[in-house]
Design a protein around this ligand. Structure first.
Ligand code: HEC
Length: 179
């Protein structure tokens, strides 16, 4: 009788525990999805302000964009580097860029799930995707070669593996990885 009571109590306690845990788990996923979308929108806006505001203005004063901006007093970081620099300042999550044919290995898809997301974005139907990658929530905001210079610079970069980029191509995405 005693053993039965103990068993019944344990059963009820686990059911209550499960009832509490399950909805909380689902809510966390929805929250992460929303967070990923907000972070991507903010990162994209920051990059746009950098390009249209800061770079456009500074170039009137003779400033140029240069990947080696650290060594050149008259040059500023590229927009891609600006996003990666933002990411370096953030400890709470991973913010970076990912490419279909990246110049650097650090910008390659980190998993099969990320490769699948890039393939999905390449179809062009969606601009933003959020998906689970194991315990990580990954968000991507599609990046297109909106001007000729995107294609030109990537085609002529010493590290490129693809030399036929053209205006309008899907090149990759801004990526956020939330644990
Ligand atoms: C002046 C050269 C230059 C221009 C112009 C340029 N990029 Fe890049 N891009 C780079 C470099 C260099 C990197 C690698 C930066 C790093 O990881 O430190 C990069 C990285 C990227 C990445 C990450 C994947 C990869 O290839 O490594 C994407 C996506 C990207 N650029 C898209 C674009 C788009 C879209 C444009 C135009 C709106 C653009 N780039 C314009 C030089 C350029």
């Amino acid at each position: 009788m005693r053993r039965w009571t103990t068993f019944a109590t344990m059963f009820v306690v686990s059911m209550i525990g499960l009832a509490l845990v399950v909805p909380v788990g689902q809510a966390a996923d929805a929250a992460k999805e929303l967070a990923a979308k907000y972070i991507l929108a903010t990162a994209k806006a920051a990059r746009t302000v950098y390009v249209k505001g800061v770079v456009a203005d500074a170039s009137k004063g003779g400033m140029k964009l240069n990947e080696d901006w650290v060594k050149d007093d008259h040059a500023m970081m590229l927009p891609a580097q600006f996003v990666k620099e933002l990411g370096k300042e953030i400890k709470e999550f991973d913010l970076s860029l990912v490419g279909t044919d990246p110049l650097y290995a650090s910008n390659a898809a980190k998993s099969d799930a990320e490769k699948g997301m890039l393939a999905e974005l390449a179809k062009g139907k969606e601009k933003v995707l959020v998906a689970a990658d194991g315990a990580t929530t990954v968000g991507m905001s599609a990046d297109y070669a909106i001007v000729d210079s995107c294609a030109d610079c990537h085609n002529n970069h010493p590290k490129t593996t693809k030399k036929d980029w053209k205006k309008g191509d899907f090149m990759g995405a801004i990526v956020v990885r939330l644990k």
